[in-house]
Design a protein around this ligand. Structure first.
Ligand code: MTE
Ligand code: MO
Length: 200
């Protein structure tokens, strides 16, 4: 039975120290976002790295798809209290992307930009974590439209509001500046294991 299996896995993950406080495990994959699912046009789509870099980077869809692919297996924790374990992401590691630009010394922070003005902020150290990935694939399949097709960021170390779906740009900043949910009350950093849900 689905619910027994769920409880069993939840116990297992709690015992393994993988279920953060106040979270419960889901076997399904909820879809959560503000606004509508954007359309993808490969001819006009681009991906940019701008702000505090020596030279800004702009990649077409074709250029982006030809960058080296890696795999990351990671757990996902939503601030709304569900966790989904063992997601297999395929795509471009953030560290690989950043080898293609030269950071200015003042660059300390990242603003991630998605379609429809969704933004999320994180320190550059979390962006450059070896498990942070710009994912094109999930469990061996291209992302579905509602989960971020063609590209989403995945930052396994932080609550999933940082994992920007339909991501289009990375902006380097010299200071912490809140993104959409961070501005509207979610924690500016969002460590799930410290239960950093809200800013108050
Ligand atoms: N562009 C965009 N990305 C987003 C969001 C959003 O509203 N817009 N919501 C975030 C939140 S709060 C969560 S929990 C995850 C959910 O990802 P999923 O829908 O693939 O489960 O996406 C994150 N990325
Ligand atoms: Mo979320």
């Amino acid at each position: 039975m689905q619910s027994n299996e769920r409880r069993e896995r939840e116990r297992e993950m709690r015992a393994a120290g993988r279920l953060p406080p106040g979270q419960s495990l889901t076997l399904k994959w909820p879809v959560l976002h503000v606004g509508s699912v954007p359309l993808f046009n490969p001819r006009t789509w681009d991906f940019r790295v701008f702000g505090l870099v020596e030279e800004q980077l702009r990649l077409s869809w074709e250029e982006f798809s030809n960058l080296p692919q890696s795999e990351v297996c990671a757990d996902m924790h939503c601030v709304e209290r569900w966790s989904r374990f063992d997601n297999h992401w395929g795509g471009l590691l953030a560290t690989e992307l950043m080898r293609r630009v030269k950071l200015r010394p003042e660059a300390q922070h990242v603003m991630v930009h998605g379609e429809n003005n969704y933004t999320a902020n994180l320190p550059i150290s979390d962006f450059l974590c070896p498990t942070t990935i710009l994912a094109l694939r999930h469990d061996g399949e291209p992302l579905t439209a509602e989960h971020g097709y063609p590209l989403r960021l995945v930052v396994p170390s932080l609550y999933a509001y940082k994992s920007v779906k339909w991501v289009r740009a990375i902006q380097l900043l010299d200071r912490e500046s809140p993104g959409l949910w961070e501005f509207n009350g979610y924690h500016i950093y969002g460590d799930p294991f410290k239960e950093q849900r809200s800013s108050s």
